[in-house]
Ligand binder design. Structure first.
Ligand code: ZN
Length: 222
């Protein structure tokens, strides 16, 4: 059954600290409610692999070690969004927009796509709980599979491929804390950006929640 038809026409942007579970939530929305999820990193890699016009420009910038300009990222995202809107798919943008330039471009794009709601969801979780969760997780040792298991999973083998579950080498407290160190600055930049644009931010506090509870809490807001 295609459940996406029960979900209103909506573009979500998720942001939150690394390890807050926003990626996992997005994946479940995709698997169970027919959402399409966009990661700009994956989209860049796809364009480069398919040697599209945008892909060739991207490859040159990456090759020279230059930053990818907002306009190029936005062009790529909008082309992708256009397709999803045509298909009537609800969408999650994971980590986009991340600059004021990208946000302004997205607002302009949505203005000409009537009836498309834009909702910003800020997934909130304290550093200590992120550290605790990441220290407890294990990943599939098969590089082609890379399934991730939370500490709630008691098994020792991957449910998808049967390979052994291992801890990631960089899931160490000091590495996790270092990854989180710059996050407050990023969060404040986004808060200010959305305030300036007059966009409401919905907070999803996931402290103490299992993935199931996060999913159900979010689903209730649709
Ligand atoms: Zn596996």
């Amino acid at each position: 059954m295609n459940q996406s038809q029960h979900v209103p026409k909506v573009v979500f942007s998720f942001f939150g600290p690394p390890g807050s579970g926003k990626g996992t939530l997005a994946e479940r929305l995709k698997a169970e409610l027919g959402f399409e999820v966009l990661s700009t990193g994956n989209l860049c890699r796809l364009h480069i692999a398919q040697k599209t016009t945008l892909g060739e420009q991207l490859e040159e910038l990456v090759h020279k070690g230059h930053l990818i300009p907002d306009a190029l990222i936005s062009a790529m995202v909008q082309e992708w969004l256009e397709e999803q809107i045509k298909l009537g798919k609800p969408v999650v943008l994971d980590g986009y927009p991340r600059t004021a330039g990208q946000a302004t471009a997205l607002m302009e794009f949505l203005k000409i796509h009537d009836g498309c709601h834009f909702r910003v969801v800020f997934v909130e979780l304290a550093d200590d709980e992120i550290v605790r969760r990441l220290l407890g997780r294990r990943v599939c040792s098969d590089n082609k599979c890379q399934a991730v298991y939370s500490m709630a999973f008691a098994g020792t083998a991957c449910e998808r491929c049967g390979a052994l579950l291992v801890k990631r080498v960089d899931d160490k407290e000091e590495v996790i804390r270092e990854r989180l160190r710059l996050y407050p600055l990023y969060r404040e930049t986004l808060f200010k950006m959305y305030r300036d644009l007059g966009v409401h931010i919905e907070e999803l506090d996931v402290a103490g929640m299992s993935m199931e509870e996060v999913f159900n809490t979010f689903k209730a807001t649709l």
